[in-house]
Design a protein around this ligand. Structure first.
Ligand SMILES: [Mn+2]
Length: 293
């Protein structure tokens, strides 16, 4: 496979668009997430699941049970399915079901050859294998979507035991780096697809903009229908309480007549109308593992 080494300081070649599929040993529910795979040799890769990710949580369950963890990796599916693996869904919502919702047609699945995991039937390649619960190996560095290298760290190892593929498969890849890069548009899709859900949770939200330069989790501009003093602060705390919005470092709240995507107007309002001593709220909270500060 033409697996890319994207940047000169990268620790090696990385599979950058994998759909990593795992099965909860307690509930049997599947999870599909996009976790990069650093190629170590012909049969092993890194398994880069961060502390906060669903795949990692399932891994912790296998660890408790003392069992080897079966893992399947789909490479090259339809765009909705690839996107769904990156979507910040609530825990327990099946990414493949969500892909079916986006496609307006069910996603056809097929059982792996060597495990009970179900994988998208339209994938170009399926990598089957396992993660050993006692094994960690150095992973990285990797030129990340922040525009900086993520430093080396220890992560689990994926052992490849079986490959199935289409007759003439196409290997998919993406290159991330200083924004705007390819992944920015996955992020923008999330912004639009999830806005209606955010509006259900926070009725006062009108629109939202994650500027590309903020690498999504760092900054959000939100416009609201303000009804009472302190309303902006209520919205900030609500957003910090919703899923991956917890990583947001900077939230800028504007009135409903300001378009959050009109950065010039947002800057004009903020620079002129903010009394920092009164209006800026500084709180503590969790950060993404990739945070550079
Ligand atoms: Mn999930």
């Amino acid at each position: 496979m033409p697996i890319l080494k994207c940047w000169p300081g990268d620790g090696g070649k990385f599979i950058t668009l994998p759909l990593v599929i795992t099965k909860d040993p307690e509930t049997g529910a599947q999870n599909m997430g996009m976790y990069r795979l650093q190629v170590y040799d012909e049969k092993t890769t890194g398994m880069h699941w961060h502390l906060h990710k669903d795949g990692r949580e399932i891994y912790e369950k296998y660890k408790k049970l003392g069992k080897k963890m079966p893992v399947a990796v789909a490479l090259g599916c339809d765009p909705a399915t690839i996107y769904a693996s990156t979507a910040p869904l609530p825990k327990g919502i099946d990414e493949m079901m969500f892909a079916g919702f986006l496609r307006k047609a069910p996603l056809e699945l097929v059982k792996c050859k060597t495990s009970d995991i179900y994988v998208p039937a339209n994938a170009e390649f399926i990598l089957e294998g396992y993660v050993d619960i006692d094994e960690l190996r150095e992973e990285g560095p990797f030129g990340d979507h922040t525009g900086y290298y993520s430093i080396k760290d220890f992560y689990p190892v994926f052992h490849l035991t079986c490959i199935t593929r289409k007759k003439n498969p196409i290997y998919p890849a993406t290159v991330v780096g200083k924004p705007p890069m390819e992944d920015c548009f996955l992020g923008k899709a999330t912004e639009r697809i999830f806005l209606p859900f955010l509006k259900i949770l926070c009725l006062e939200i009108v629109d939202i903009n994650f500027p590309l330069e903020g690498v999504f989790h760092n900054c959000v501009i939100v416009s609201i229908k303000k009804r009472f003093p302190g309303h902006a602060k209520k919205v900030m705390h609500a957003l910090w309480g919703i899923g991956q919005m917890m990583y947001t470092k900077i939230i800028i709240v504007v009135d409903e007549h300001v378009d959050p995507t009109d950065l010039s107007t947002v800057a004009w309002k903020v620079f002129n109308n903010v009394d920092p001593k009164r209006d800026v709220v500084i709180v503590d909270g969790p950060l993404d593992v990739l945070d550079l500060a």
